[in-house]
Write a protein that binds this ligand. Sequence first.
Ligand SMILES: *Cc1c(COP(=O)(O)O)cnc(C)c1O
Length: 455
Amino acid sequence: MLEGKLALLEAALVQLEAGFKDLPEFTAEQDFDAVGAVLEEVALRLQDNYPYAHPLYAGQMIKPPHPVARLAYSLALAINPNNHALDGGRASSQMEKEAVAALAGMFGWQTHLGHLCSGGTMANLEALWVAGSLHPGKTILASEQAHYTHARLCGVLGLPFETIASDSQLRMDIEVLEQRLQRGDVGTVVATVGTTIAGSVDPVDQILELQTRYGFRLHADAAYGGYFTLIDGLEPSTRAAYDGLSRVDSIAIDPHKHGLQPYGCGCILFADPAVGRLYAHESPYTYFTSPALHLGEISLECSRPGAAAVALWATQRLLPLTRGGAFAAQLGKSRQAALGLYEKLQQDGRFVPLLAPELDIVLWVYHSEWASRTSYLSKEIFRAAATEQLHLALARVPTKRLQPLLPHLEADDDHVLCLRSCLMKPEHLDWLERIWQALDRATIQVFTLSGRLDR
Ligand SMILES: *Cc1c(COP(=O)(O)O)cnc(C)c1O
């Protein structure tokens, strides 16, 4: 994607170096012939990968970083700033504050405290750590469809953790949540805004209503789905959940998932800047709202890549986080692609889609009467699709979630492997027909090449 565009980086590097031209001449000795040889070897090694950037890669949550992010990141490496302290990177720290403020603004927040981190895991760790510090010993609740990281992080933090059943749409079941809240001792509820498996959005608006009655912290894990707040045309219930994000206590969002960033870019946002006092080692918390904030004073991680902040800032400069803007239009295309695939699956008698996609993830199975055979067919179609150059993913879903859709399904296994596709690239919309044809060929392949399989 950058072939022929590296001249842009070269020009920017010259511009950057001009800022340091008063220094005495200095060039570090390097043997670039040896570097070139190693790079070629690396390129060969890296061929052992799925073609993540291609539209026929429609499997896991992987989206190529935007060229501006790649170039800005590389440019920043000439400095290699460390956003732990201002001494390690003044400009990139300021860019991080601006980029993070734009993310907070996307959710309608006027004030916030936040920073970038290595990813959704770290962002959720900080949110749960703050939650546990404010409500020591109290239980953290998340839906059974929440990312498994929450159970593990609560283990790390020594906090009690329980799951709440999800409904047929794989959203947190609000009635089950209320029954649990009535029993008391709940400190924090984690709402997942875009589950990793299906992109389902927990009803943040309804959970906020329960918050007024039961008083708990509400953390939104929007690592995957956060950016979809920018798009028009969400289902009304999904839109209501997103609109509720302006009133939650904290949000985790991953710019390295849908924000066009290289890996190593998550973000945690707190609505109340006063939680900064929990990070303090010496200073009173008022220090943390001062303009000369060192980001290391409000982050659990110490050294962090300033280049990640530079890449995010550059991306948001090119593609601002505005509703109806070019970036929102790209996300809208991903959702359209998912709705298109869902429709095709629904109309084709061979397949059963599990649920209408709220965002851009589609889950489906091949029609079959046994849970174990359904799993087997998913694996076979997954394999055959790869031979057709279509790369899908597999996901384990409790059999009881499929039974309302497939009333004759024999539960000879408690989980079913489903086919899963994250249609994260806007190009997936233009490629939908080709994706469908590859899936069709793969399915036919499974039933014709292997004599053992009958319909
Ligand atoms: C991906 C994801 C995480 C984990 O984030 P990493 O960036 O992989 O550490 C947590 N929660 C949700 C909902 C996710 O989709």
